[in-house]
Write a protein that binds this ligand. Structure first.
Ligand SMILES: [Zn+2]
Length: 347
């Protein structure tokens, strides 16, 4: 079964989309069947990645997900049907089905009413109170290690103060403080604690606050140094939509300014310290359509990481911004340098 799964995952996703009757434009894009739109924002990543991603509604997946969701069947059925249709000599449980998909009705299908997230001011209050509590605690060993680590990455005291980074110096105390002061349901809704009511930054004591209109609207945690096996470098908050890091800068800049768009927050801080106007998206694939408006009056430089995700993300974002009439170009990193932060460290 695993072998078949692998083979099916390799069937060119654009071919499957075409066979379903969709109009795939220049082998790259099509109108998204999962939300209502007039201009195509569903992008295909050709093999070997073989996935789709909609910049409009954020839906993404592989060829089996696409087929299953368009046909409204489960994953296993989709896998079997695709195997019967596309894999030679596969003997599945049925005969080849040519699904009659009414493309027109799919496009007018009411978008699934998803639970709309409403950001509440009290979330900002919780984040800011948490920040204040952490800053007021006396220095600890982990605070010293965090500062040392940040300095090692070229994030100096000025930068730390400017971006108001802070360290979760004492997990237990901060946890107790929040639990005592706020309702558990509010803490969970704000994304700062998990379902069990504990702070999500257990292994990620360096906290990067995201500000919008001078209020903290998101928190991102970072491990001190490289993470241990099975831990991610970053801890994001689940259920809370992330905004652009350093977004308030864009309001202050005059038109036609040059703006650098980076992946990681540390890359953004590094460029900012160099005197450049920079914002970061958190990753190479998280750009949202509703963010286009923030960049309308600028000349945008995209400067992502030097890996496959960064390179693909650069091309997609350039296309997205270009199609929206924004002047956009890209910067390159030299071979062997993984990101902007490292580039300026080694310079
Ligand atoms: Zn969509």
């Amino acid at each position: 079964m695993d072998e078949i799964l692998q083979k099916v995952k390799e069937i060119d996703i654009r071919q499957v989309a075409r066979d379903l009757g969709f109009d795939v434009i220049q082998t790259r894009r099509m109108l998204c069947p999962f939300h209502a739109e007039d201009t195509p924002s569903l992008v295909f990543y050709p093999p070997p990645q073989n996935e789709f991603h909609c910049f409009g509604c954020g839906k993404r997946g592989d060829v089996i997900n696409l087929y299953a969701d368009v046909c409204q069947i489960d994953f296993k059925t989709a896998l079997d049907e695709l195997a019967i249709k596309y894999i030679p000599y596969y003997e599945g449980y049925g005969s080849i089905k040519t699904r009659k998909i009414d493309i027109k009705s799919i496009y007018t299908r009411k978008p699934v009413q998803e639970k709309r997230f409403v950001f509440q001011t009290k979330f900002s209050e919780i984040y800011e109170d948490f920040q204040k509590f952490c800053l007021n605690l006396p220095a600890t060993e982990s605070a010293r290690k965090a500062a040392e680590y940040l300095r090692g990455r070229g994030i100096d005291d000025w930068t730390i103060r400017h971006f108001k980074l802070f360290v979760l110096k004492n997990y237990g105390l901060a946890n107790d403080y929040l639990k005592e002061k706020y309702k558990t349901e509010d803490l969970i809704a704000s994304g700062i604690v998990n379902e069990r009511g504990n702070l999500v930054f257990f292994k990620h004591p360096i906290i990067i606050p995201y500000y919008q209109n001078d209020r903290i609207v998101y928190l991102q945690g970072r491990t001190i140094g490289e993470p241990s096996e099975g831990t991610n470098k970053y801890q994001f908050m689940t259920g809370i939509p992330r905004t652009i890091f350093n977004i308030d800068l864009l309001k202050k800049l005059p038109g036609n300014s040059e703006v650098y768009v980076t992946e990681g927050a540390f890359d953004c801080m590094t460029l900012f310290r160099q005197g450049l106007s920079a914002v970061s998206l958190g990753s190479a694939k998280t750009f949202k359509k509703e963010w286009v408006k923030y960049f309308k009056k600028f000349k945008v430089w995209i400067w992502f990481d030097n890996d496959d995700a960064g390179k693909k993300g650069t091309i997609d974002l350039m296309e997205e911004l270009y199609l929206n009439g924004i002047t956009v170009d890209r910067k390159y990193l030299p071979d062997g340098i993984k990101d902007i932060n490292e580039f300026f460290q080694k310079k």
